[in-house]
Each structure stands twice: as C-alpha cells, then as structure tokens.
Design a protein around this ligand. Structure first.
Ligand code: NDP
Length: 294
C-alpha cells in the first residue's frame, strides 16, 4: 500500500480525551477521513473545524469505517461504549490501557461479535503524538494480519511495535515498561530526599543522577536478560551479590543519618538478602527476578 492509499483509509475513533484528541489530529492532518465519537459531545467540537465528522452515537461512528480505533479510559469504558453495537466485519484496534487478561478477554469478545482485534499499549504522552522525533510508539498484539493490513494508518500518529499474536502481550509489554519506570522513579525520589536538607542544588545534582542511571541501566538490563536466557548467573559478574548486600547497610545507615525513610528501597534490599540466604553470593541480582514469581 502506498502512503497515499493509506491516507484514503477511513478511520473511526472512539474517545476524545487528551490522548484520543492528539491521535485524531494526526489522522486528520494526514488526510484520513475521520469519524469521531466521544461520550461528552463538546470535546469533539474543536475537531470539526479540522475536518472530522462527528457521529451522533458510538454505533453511528462504528458503522462509518471498517477500521475502528478505541482510546477510552479503561476496559469498563470500552464495554460501556461498545455495548450492543454491531461489530460484524470491523477491524477493532483498542488503544485503551488495560491488563493483559482484560485485553485477551476483549479480543475474544470482539471475535465473538465478528470483528478482527488488535490491542495496543501506548508508550507516549499526548505531546509526543505526531512528533516522530519524540520517539513514542505503540505496542501492538493480536491479529498479525490486521496489524499488517493497517500498519501505515496506525503509524500515522506514532511508531508501531508488534509484539505477538497473544492479544495480551501489548498490555504486558506496556505495563512491564511502566513498572520499571516506577522503580526508577522510586530510586530518584529517594536520592532527592537524601540531599533535600543539605546545601546541594537539586538542579546541579540532577545531571549527575541522570548520567549515573544511564551508565548503569544498559549493561545491567542486558546482563540480566542474557543470564535469564542462559541460566548462568555467575559469568561476567561485576558487582557480586555478597558485596552488594553488604553495601546496602551503608545505604540504609545513610538514609537514617539524613532522616529519610527507606520505604522505597527496603523492599529490594529485602529481596537481595533473601537471595543471598540461598546463594554463595557470587552471582549478581538476576536471581531476584525468579524470587518474585508466585
Ligand atoms: P482522558 O481521561 O483524557 O479521557 C478519557 C476518555 O474516556 C474520554 O474520552 C472519556 O469520555 C472516556 N470515557 C471514560 N469513561 C467512559 C465511559 N464509561 N463510557 C464512554 N467513555 C468514557 O484519558 P486519555 O485520553 O489521556 O487516555 C485514554 C487512554 O490512553 C487511557 O487508557 C490511558 O491509559 C491511555 N494513555 C494515556 C496517556 C496519557 O499520557 N494521557 C499515555 C499512554 C496511554 P468523556 O470525555 O465523556 O469523559
């Protein structure tokens, strides 16, 4: 399909929150005929001047295009918006953030109603939409055929990364990355708390923190991945577990000295001590991954 052929693909978009509105503008700018619906109709008005057709209801919006994209608050709002609507022959692409199980159930639900289904997890915030250099993308999973068919239209707002036929995998990748982000934020929060009462300029401290995290993250993430695949936890270990557990005492004592709660870093240290209790201490932290599995 050429870029021009893709631009002729009509798109229906359900949901004009912050994200849906940003997505809508990119399809309009790229020349796609766009039909929109939002529960609160007033949110659609600004898009009319940009060329969007506003449907009277979700059913009318769904009927307008084969490619139906949904970007609502959560899975319950998807259920509410599409309740009782005929999806026969539709290509339903759900960009709403859900759990993997919700995505799988929604895929089965859509297929029972005669639709093909693709799930998406958006790795971008609204200002990144339509700005390729911002680096945002959407994880897609579910029907590969559907992904390939609509790849160009889906790539208009933001990059696309297909992660498998299992409809839950986009949500799983999305949540895994977000969970890692919060772990990183926890460390950053603790670091700023440690310097908070001192005569240290947080603005001068920030690039030191950023550079340190960046220097640590690549090698450690890649090493963990390699070790999880090989099962060999002791080759190429740079900072062994025994040394690291010993070092945590200094980190906890420093938190105490600075009058800072260790609540954000304690859980990881507890996991490291549990691993050391069953290990020679020659490995690094990869073994904590499996300690989390229930
Ligand atoms: P908003 O809160 O801005 O918008 C929520 C949308 O859901 C609105 O269109 C709202 O309609 C609609 N909605 C809520 N409940 C219902 C319901 N019961 N029935 C019908 N419609 C309903 O959220 P965003 O646009 O920011 O987010 C949309 C999705 O995108 C979410 O799943 C979010 O996790 C995901 N996302 C958002 C990011 C962001 O930074 N904003 C980043 C990555 C993913 P109404 O206007 O009537 O309230």
């Amino acid at each position: 399909m050429t870029a021009n052929a893709s631009a002729e693909t009509p798109v229906t978009l359900l949901g004009l929150g912050a994200m849906g509105t940003a997505l809508a503008r990119t399809w309009l700018a790229a020349g796609h005929p766009l039909t929109v619906w939002n529960r609160t109709a007033a949110r659609a008005e600004p898009l009319v001047a940009e060329g969007a057709k506003v449907a009277d209801g979700a059913a009318e919006a769904v009927a307008a295009s084969t490619l139906v994209i949904v970007c609502l608050l959560d899975d319950a709002s998807v259920a509410a918006a599409l309740d009782g609507i005929d999806l026969t022959g539709k290509d339903l692409v759900n960009l709403t953030t859900t759990t993997p199980a919700e995505a799988r159930a929604r895929a089965a639900w859509a297929e029972e109603r005669g639709a093909r289904y693709l799930d998406g997890g958006i790795m971008a915030v609204p200002p990144m939409i339509g700005i390729p250099e911002a680096g945002g993308y959407v994880f897609y999973s579910g029907s590969r055929e559907l992904f390939e068919l609509h790849r160009e239209s889906l790539a208009v707002p933001v990059g696309t990364t297909y992660v498998g036929e299992d409809a839950g995998f986009a949500a799983l990748h999305d949540v895994a990355l977000l969970s890692a982000m919060y772990g990183m934020f926890a460390g950053v929060t603790h670091a700023f708390a440690l310097i908070r009462r001192e005569n240290i300029d947080p603005v001068a401290f920030a690039p030191l923190l950023v550079n340190w995290i960046q220097a640590m993250v690549d090698p450690s993430v890649e090493q963990t991945a390699r070790q999880l695949v090989s099962g060999d936890l002791t080759t190429d270990v740079v900072s062994n577990l025994a040394m690291q557990v010993a070092g945590t005492k200094t980190l906890l004592a420093t938190a105490e000295e600075q009058g800072v709660s260790a609540e954000l870093i304690q859980p990881q240290f507890a996991l490291m001590r549990r691993l050391l209790a069953t290990s020679t201490g020659e490995e690094d932290l990869t073994g904590t991954v499996d300690l989390l599995l229930r």
